[in-house]
Design a binder for this molecule. Structure first.
Ligand code: TXA
Ligand code: MG
Length: 360
């Protein structure tokens, strides 16, 4: 693999020459990382198996984990999916471009490799001018997982992409940090009632306005019902690629379930105990909670105001990476409820901690 080219572009998709260069690489079967509103994606021509194979190789991703196909326009949906129900068009009109991936029956034009061998396909129109200009210029649907090594923290800047994939991909389009910061919501339209496979940038509450009986992600609903214990193996099998360890830093991470006094007390106790063992400790906290650790030698990465889950989502992966680079022994964090973007944060923090949450 040649050196990875970094092309600076503005958020509006200029200069066109940079987009044209990246699009030519895609058309030639190359790998191009590009910004979306959620995280940076690692793109390849979705219609060409050899190009798609490159994604799995660069990320060291197993073929059992299906890729999302990205389109420039919602009207292109029938070029990658078939038997499209009315509800898909309603959702597309309401949420595209945006952080919602629809799982639909796969059209023959898209090779099975993209979809982990399955009959369905995840598809979305990203809300980022650079992404859409690139896909339009390439003239093909673009398969793109998050542009990180498999199981690691997703990239929200071009520097994050390079930290994981420099020398393994052809090009990165750098348009600065991503606005949403957590991945798209994945919604399965091939089941009844519709079900969220991965919570993300479009909230369950926003989907319920359009589809009142939409079901939340299996892990969240089953855990809630069983007091936080078992996860239904069959339900989890319906969501390929959603491993219990994912989005993870290298450093050990403990995440407490819940916010407020109890969670903070537990977090402080855990920090004090680890420091007493001679460990180096970090914490991910909203701005106004940093005082919790006063008097303890803990490296804190701030997430923004706790009242603004949008800011916290945007900051989460960058803050995790910052702490991961500090050669710590332990990182501590807590969840932010399960309402709105809190559900996506709950899911990512839990998986980043290897699938386990600590009750305070
Ligand atoms: O925001 C996003 O969705 C980002 C940006 C780049 O668009 N992409 C992303 O892709 O997060 P990736 O590959 O990291 O995650 C894709 C996940 C899979 O692991 C799987 O859980 C789900 O989406 N998925 C994709 N296609 C599916 C399908 N046909 N059936 C069920 N789940 C699918
Ligand atoms: Mg990913």
């Amino acid at each position: 693999m040649p050196e990875t080219i970094v092309l600076q572009v503005d958020r509006d998709g200029t200069p066109a020459a940079a987009i044209a260069c990246a699009a030519a690489l895609l058309r030639a079967g190359g790998l191009v990382a590009f910004p979306t509103e959620t995280v940076y994606g690692l793109g390849a021509d979705a219609t060409t198996p050899a190009a798609v194979e490159g994604i799995f190789r660069a990320k060291e991703r197993p073929h059992s984990d299906p890729l999302i196909v990205h389109l420039a326009e919602r009207d292109a949906l029938p070029s990658v999916a078939r038997d499209i129900p009315d509800v898909a068009w309603e959702l597309a009109r309401r949420f595209w471009p945006g952080p919602l991936t629809l799982v639909l029956p796969r059209a023959d034009r898209i090779p099975a490799l993209v979809a982990a061998g399955g009959d369905t396909l995840g598809v979305r129109v990203p809300d980022h001018a650079v992404a859409r200009a690139l896909i339009r210029a390439a003239g093909v649907p673009v398969a793109a997982p998050s542009a990180n090594r498999f199981t690691r923290t997703s990239p929200t800047t071009a520097a994050h992409v390079l930290a994981d994939l420099d020398g393994r991909i052809d090009c990165v389009l750098d348009a600065g940090p991503c606005a949403v910061g957590v991945e798209s919501t994945v919604l399965d339209l091939t089941v009844n009632p519709l079900r969220i496979l991965r919570p993300g940038g479009v909230t369950l509450e926003a989907l319920r306005v359009l589809i009142p009986d939409v079901r939340g992600p299996a892990e969240a609903t089953e855990r809630a019902a069983s007091g936080g214990r078992a996860v239904d193996a069959i339900e989890v099998a319906r969501a390929p690629g959603q491993m219990e360890r994912h989005y993870a830093p290298r450093t050990r991470l403990i995440v407490f379930e819940g916010e407020g006094g109890q969670a903070l007390d537990a977090l402080r106790r855990e920090a004090a105990a680890a420091l007493a063992r001679g460990e180096r400790v970090g914490a991910l906290l909203p701005d106004e909670e940093t005082g919790t650790l006063d008097g303890l030698a803990v490296t804190v990465a701030t997430l923004g105001p706790s009242a603004d889950l949008g800011v916290i989502s945007r900051r989460l992966y960058a803050a995790l990476r910052e702490l991961d680079e500090q050669r710590l022994d332990l990182i501590l964090a807590h969840t932010f409820g399960r309402e709105g973007l809190g559900l996506a944060l709950w899911d990512r923090l839990r998986r980043a901690a290897g699938g386990e949450l600590r009750m305070p």
